[in-house]
Design a protein around this ligand. Structure first.
Ligand code: OSB
Ligand code: MG
Length: 369
């Protein structure tokens, strides 16, 4: 691959319904779509999975665009890339900024797969032709509202229900859901809203037979999580804390959790995500693919990686229409009874629709040498 041009399409993405987590409510965000163009004219696509505020981690769309412009694009433009696995190393001189790195690294994987005329999952070593899908539900006004949403999504066929929780929005909500749905695969995601002081409250959540509790403690912690895991029955799943292959290794060694949520953006790209997948497989740690309310482009990458064999738990890869009035890919991501059939086209498997990008466009920036 030889990237001769990069275009950043910065778009305004308004969610169909606001999404509330322990750190706040999101209604819309700016997303930077990265298009890399190979010298042969083939385009590859990625996106920054950032939002406008640094509330999930330290990055924002604004910082990602800055890092792309100033450092990441110059590091790959007009260089020969033999395999996309090299790209993360080429970025080693830039610390962190993983979501910015992943946005362009994933686009390079897409070009690489398209040049080789193969679907991306084949290039990555994916084995599944269909994947199971879960639904992540934001914090609702009342437990009754939550039960209504859960009912709707269970009826749509989702294979796992994830409920966002926070202190004051936990037991009462989970209890209401469990009462109505005693047997559904259910989990909770706290987005680091608790601390070890809440140990007694967290122990009580064992009553709800959750498949896991995701990131209960601080976003950068793996020590307190290990302590908590020794004191609760429910498996802990790490999200925010596992931001690299190294942190995955250390968390596994410490016993900070029993499950890992893999997000391509959080760990700096597909190369790192695959390495973490393989490491977890060696250690019998099941993984699943989380989401960051991506457009169809990020979602397509999530769908492709979920075909790897150790993604044994349904991911947060809901269909396009759950997020957007109109997605920017065609066909949109659709689900059939909780199953997504893996597209067989080359690269990410979905066509990017430039007209739909342009409808949401704020500004675009072109890089050629
Ligand atoms: O922690 O998994 C999370 C959305 C934004 C930020 C963080 C998270 C989430 C989700 C939504 O849970 C997953 C999705 O449907 O894309
Ligand atoms: Mg999470």
């Amino acid at each position: 691959v030889h990237i001769s041009q990069v275009i950043l399409h910065i778009i305004d993405a308004s969610l169909k319904t606001p999404f509330t987590t322990s750190f706040g409510t999101m209604e819309s965000k700016e997303v930077c779509i990265v298009e890399v163009i190979d010298q042969s004219g083939i385009s590859g696509w990625g996106e920054t999975v950032t939002s406008n505020d640094p509330d999930y981690n330290e990055e924002t769309t604004f910082t990602a665009v800055h890092t792309l412009k100033k450092f990441l694009i110059p590091a790959v433009l007009n260089r020969d890339i033999t395999h996309p696995n090299e790209v993360f190393n080429q970025f080693k001189f830039i610390k962190r900024n993983h979501m910015a790195k992943a946005a362009i690294e994933t686009a390079i994987w897409d070009v690489f797969a398209k040049k080789n005329e193969k679907p991306l999952y084949e290039i990555m070593g994916g084995v599944k032709q269909q994947i199971e899908v879960g639904k992540s539900i934001g914090i609702q006004k009342t437990p009754d509202h939550l039960v209504d949403r859960v009912e709707q999504f269970v009826n749509e066929g989702f294979k796992k229900i994830k409920v966002k929780i926070a202190p004051g929005f936990d037991s009462e909500y989970l209890n209401a859901v469990r009462k109505k749905f005693p047997d559904i695969p259910l989990m909770a995601d706290a987005n680091s809203a608790y601390s070890l002081k809440d140990m007694e409250d967290l122990k009580k959540l064992d009553d709800y037979r959750l498949i896991m509790i995701e990131q209960p403690l601080a976003h950068d912690d793996i020590i307190d999580h290990a302590h908590l895991q020794k004191n609760i029955e429910t498996p802990i799943c790490l999200d925010e804390s596992v931001y690299s292959f190294e942190t995955a290794k250390k968390a596994i060694e410490l016993g900070s959790g029993r499950i890992i949520n893999i997000k391509i953006g959080r760990v700096g790209g597909l190369g790192e995500a695959i390495k973490i997948h393989d490491l977890c497989q060696e250690h019998n740690i099941p993984v699943w693919c989380g989401g960051m309310l991506e457009t169809g482009i990020g979602r397509a990458h999530n769908i492709q990686i979920t075909t790897l064999p150790n993604f044994t738990i349904p991911g947060d890869t809901a269909p396009s229409q759950h997020y957007w009035e109109e997605d920017i890919i065609s066909p949109e991501v659709v689900m059939d009874q909780g199953i997504i059939h893996i597209p067989q086209g080359t690269g990410i498997g979905y066509e990017v629709d430039r007209k739909k990008i342009n409808k949401k466009l704020i500004t675009s920036i072109n890089f050629v040498e």
